[in-house]
Design a protein around this ligand. Structure first.
Ligand code: TPP
Ligand code: MG
Length: 329
């Protein structure tokens, strides 16, 4: 077992690049629209945007098969869209309307889809990690060969429950991929100020869990690492850790003015490392698409997002009777 840095790049096709482009663009435009609706007062409460991190979830979803499960933190809109949940239902939940995935009673951090095997949306930092191992345990117990993608942040990686989970997941050889989305900040705290060692992918070594560091701004590298992790888990060898190096362009949440980092830092990554721009260049350089064709895709995606926003605005608020439904007593 050795934790190591991944450098390999997979082969790809025009179709795959186009689908990565679409899927990442859908997340970005959706999140930009959510930011606008928040600014207009149509979304209340907490709202954590995923802009900049799109290649992580899109690359890993390309390595997943039907029936595989996923669970994540509060920064969850991208995960929902990437696993095939309806943008209208997600946006309507953000605006607190009856047409939302939780009938408007959950909001940004509390959405689920049994059909798409999406298990939330968790506001307590690190809480989804043992739950993810539990989902993987269920698959092992039932004798399926499905795997669970358990996503958490660099900040959450310092939580005690993560290590209790690593121990049990390794002991029971659970088919769980622990995806550490390292966007380099936990709220306003940079990783170097909070974390004793620079590499989180080695954190499973004490438990015998292999780990790998992946370039999270390169969707092809993420997919390749995901395929390797999935093959490991599906073959019964137990859990796997992927530390996916990424960056969030916006503040921690909509209420964060992001004064803890210079603007130039964000600007530099946007200009030099943007995951969508990367695929756009591969498409253009490989002559797989023209500028006009890519513009047409952008237009198509904007229409889907606008339709979701219209649906979210027109859907009524939940009636008072809904206060008494979906409640455990
Ligand atoms: C147990 C717990 N402690 C603290 C918080 C407050 N909090 C919310 S998000 C966050 C930072 C988490 O950072 P990270 O895991 O890197 O995820 P990111 O927001 O970068 O995606 C903190 C401290 C919380 N929600 N839960
Ligand atoms: Mg973080």
């Amino acid at each position: 077992m050795a934790a190591r840095k991944s450098t390999s790049k997979p082969n790809t096709s025009k179709e795959e690049l186009l689908s990565f482009y679409r899927d990442m663009l859908l997340i970005r435009r959706f999140e930009e629209k959510a930011g606008q609706l928040y600014g207009m007062g149509l979304i209340g409460g907490f709202c954590h945007l995923y802009i900049g991190q799109e290649a992580v979830v899109v690359g890993l979803e390309a390595a997943a098969e039907e029936g595989d499960k996923r669970i994540t933190s509060y920064r969850d809109h991208g995960h929902m869209l990437a696993c095939g949940m309806d943008p209208k239902g997600v946006m309507a939940e953000l605006t607190g309307r009856i047409g939302g995935y939780s009938k408007g009673k959950g909001g940004s951090m509390h959405m689920f889809s049994k059909e798409r095997h999406f298990y939330g949306g968790h506001g307590i930092v690190g809480a989804q990690v043992p739950l993810g191992a539990g989902l993987a345990f269920a698959d092992k117990y039932m004798g399926t060969d499905r795997v669970t993608f358990t996503y958490f942040g660099d900040g959450a990686a310092n939580q005690g429950q993560v290590y209790e989970t690593f121990n049990m997941a390794a002991l029971w050889k659970l088919p769980c991929i622990f995806v550490i989305e390292n966007n380099q900040y936990a709220m306003g705290t940079a990783q170097r100020r909070s974390t004793s060692t620079p590499h989180l992918y080695t954190r499973g070594e004490a438990f015998g869990i292999p780990g790998e560091m992946v370039d999270g701004m390169d969707v092809l590298a993420v997919k390749a690492a995901g395929e390797k992790a999935v093959a490991h888990c599906r073959s019964g060898k137990g859990p796997y850790i992927l530390e996916v190096m990424t960056y969030r362009y916006r503040g921690h949440s909509m209420s964060d003015p992001a004064k803890y980092r210079p603007r130039e830092e964000v600007q530099k990554i946007r200009e030099e490392r943007d995951p969508i721009e990367h695929v756009r260049e591969l498409l253009l350089q490989g002559k797989h698409a023209t500028e006009d064709e890519l513009k047409a895709i952008d237009k198509e995606i904007k229409a889907i997002v606008n339709e979701a926003a219209e649906f979210a605005k027109e859907s009524p608020e939940p009636p008072v009777e809904e206060l008494w439904t979906d409640v455990y007593a």
